[in-house]
Ligand binder design. Structure first.
Ligand SMILES: [Zn+2]
Length: 189
């Protein structure tokens, strides 16, 4: 996914800054976690329903149980309302199972969810990442389309549109006006 690849190229500190900005857009105040003392805490998010610790993993590999366990332990020590782990990759099934029925909520945000959240809250940032990567956006699903590899394209009102998937192309051709000039088509559901 284009956005996650773009985020992975940044430093860990830059990535934390992006996540801090996203959380502020959602609401509340964000501060860096205590330096050195606790590796499970990158950010502290003071949301309306309490203070959450946030761990950011700009990984390509899946995030597994050891990370989830470490962050949960840190949240308990900090007496937090809960914890959030944000990654550019995915979580293992074992890690997801581990978070069920905990005493405080441990929310896992994977790359796909991160893309959806940032597309809604930070559309300009997302657009710039796509521009840097030199890719077009599929007007239907919003994901990046590398122009050298695009499988299908069509034109509408003298402008070219590119697609990864035939399904997106067919949806577009059926009703192009619905997808053109709309910033975030998926937000319409
Ligand atoms: Zn698409």
């Amino acid at each position: 996914m284009i956005l996650c690849e773009g985020l992975r190229k940044r430093t860990a500190r830059d990535f934390q800054g992006v996540i801090a900005q996203l959380l502020r857009e959602i609401g509340g105040d964000v501060t860096p976690g205590p330096i050195g003392a606790d590796e499970g805490v990158d950010l502290l998010w003071k949301a309306t329903d309490g203070e959450f610790i946030v761990q950011c993993k700009k990984w390509k590999a899946k995030v597994g149980v050891p990370v989830v366990r470490e962050v949960f332990g840190a949240a308990m020590r900090h007496k937090s309302a809960g914890a959030i782990i944000v990654t550019t990759s995915e979580f293992t099934d074992a890690a997801k199972d581990w978070t069920i029925d905990l005493r405080i909520p441990l929310r896992l945000v994977d790359g796909k969810q991160l893309f959806d959240l940032m597309d809604q809250r930070m559309p300009t940032f997302v657009a710039n990442v796509f521009k840097e990567a030199n890719v077009a956006r599929c007007p239907v699903c919003g994901d990046g389309v590398d122009l050298r590899l695009a499988k299908v394209s069509t034109s509408y009102e003298n402008k070219a549109y590119y697609f990864w998937a035939e399904t997106c192309l067919r949806l577009f051709q059926r009703e192009p006006g619905r997808f053109v000039g709309v910033k975030s088509p998926r937000a319409e559901g």
